[in-house]
Design a protein around this ligand. Structure first.
Ligand SMILES: [Zn+2]
Length: 409
């Protein structure tokens, strides 16, 4: 399991700042130029209908090197100020990005050519060493560069991660140096062994995603529950709507006056929004895992909201979630963090989870009155009352509603 951590680093020798700055600038330049070159040479591949092994064979015959190496030999002579292995590693990362962009519709114009605004310096694990000296963690890199690994208040427990590398429990993988707001960081990649927790096979938790409360959790057995996150989503949705309107107005306006300015403003707002939601999802997913561990659940069950398109019963709320909330990011973060704890993640179809009584199984759209659930089962006087999202989460925790069957309940 590969884990990435962002940890501040501080050059011990002030002159090393300059080397890092220079390297970063060159790496960014190479990465950006390479995207254009990959694109240009890819046109040739397309024009000749090349595929798989044929690509490198063609390039070797025509340019004496494989596809990637051809780009390397164009860029390398112009940037001899950095070690060749850094050029090589930079191109490897840039090439992976390019291939991903190809898959995501670069050639069809569904996305534009990637630009690296901030850049990074690739850090090879073989040429990097972290040691502990008098309670300080020192990273030794190429050219005798020494950096202090600085944990600060260490809210995310980074020191433990580095300690595990030092004891040989986990493995240091190829990483990156990045610079953000005048500070340098190590984007540390670690291969961590999966943990063994003492979890119960028959305990699972259900997570209901909602707009008023982003994640409501319930345990299939007992009364455990958690209401995670506040109702920020409503405000965000409104903001997004405004932004879309602004973009629409902008596209339909023909004047070019101040266009760049507006462009930048839109980009800035989007960037802020993305980062905000990213942090928001991190916090929620962390709490969900905490809840699962507290209840020693071996399974987390969530709704597969993508499947909603296929059935008619879609509440207004879930419709909104599907359209405006990048809930997939939250779900994938939960998946990722669950895997680290050896907790399985399962998805169920979302139909009827909010209309069915979690106690007796009676299904009725009228069971739910906004945020309250009251069971209206006429035969048995069930009368179960609960927070509507909790009732849904409990249905999810129990594995979802397989079939609506009011006759037998
Ligand atoms: Zn009931």
């Amino acid at each position: 399991m590969i884990v990435t951590r962002k940890i501040q680093i501080r050059p011990i020798n002030k002159e090393h700042y300059k080397i890092l700055e220079d390297y970063l600038r060159t790496c960014r330049l190479i990465a950006n130029k390479s995207q254009t070159l990959f694109y240009v040479y890819w046109q040739e591949i397309m024009a000749n209908n090349l595929k798989g092994k044929n690509i490198d064979a063609y390039f070797k015959e025509r340019y004496q090197h494989s596809f990637k190496q051809t780009i390397y030999h164009i860029l390398r002579p112009k940037h001899l100020e950095i070690p060749s292995r850094i050029t090589d590693d930079t191109l490897n990362i840039a090439y992976k990005d390019f291939c991903n962009d190809l898959k995501n519709g670069l050639l069809k114009g569904e996305r534009s050519l990637r630009t690296y605004n901030n850049g990074w310096i690739p850090v090879r694990s073989q040429t990097t060493k972290i040691t502990k000296q008098n309670n300080k963690y020192i990273l030794e890199w190429l050219k005798g560069i020494k950096l202090e690994v600085y944990f600060g208040r260490d809210k995310s427990g980074n020191q433990v991660v580095v300690d595990r590398i030092l004891n040989g429990q986990s493995k240091f993988c190829d990483s990156k140096f990045i610079k953000k707001e005048k500070k340098w960081f190590l984007l540390l990649c670690v291969n961590e062994p999966e943990k063994e927790n003492n979890l119960f096979d028959d305990i699972s938790i259900g997570v209901d995603c909602g707009i008023n409360i982003p994640a409501v959790c319930a345990v299939n057995k007992g009364y455990g529950r958690a209401y995670i996150g506040s109702s920020v989503l409503l405000t965000r949705f409104r903001m997004q709507k405004d932004q879309r309107q602004r973009q629409k107005n902008y596209i339909s306006s023909s004047g070019m006056h101040g266009r760049q300015k507006v462009d930048r403003a839109i980009f800035k707002a989007q960037d802020f929004e993305h980062r905000y939601m990213h942090t928001f999802h991190h916090k929620i997913s962390k709490e969900v895992i905490k809840f699962a561990l507290k209840n020693r659940a071996s399974k987390i069950i969530m709704e597969d909201l993508k499947r909603f398109g296929q059935n008619q019963e879609e509440s207004e709320e879930k419709k909104k979630i599907r359209r405006f909330w990048g809930y997939q990011q939250l779900q994938s973060m939960i998946e990722y963090k669950a895997k680290l704890e050896n907790i399985a993640v399962k998805y169920i179809p979302p139909a009827y989870t909010s209309q069915t009584c979690s106690q007796c199984g009676y299904t009725d759209a009228n069971n739910r009155k906004q945020s309250k659930f009251v069971c209206l089962n006429p035969k048995k006087k069930c009368g179960f009352e609960a927070n509507a999202d909790y009732n849904a989460a409990l249905n999810i925790a129990k594995g979802g509603i397989k079939k609506v069957n009011n006759k037998d309940v």
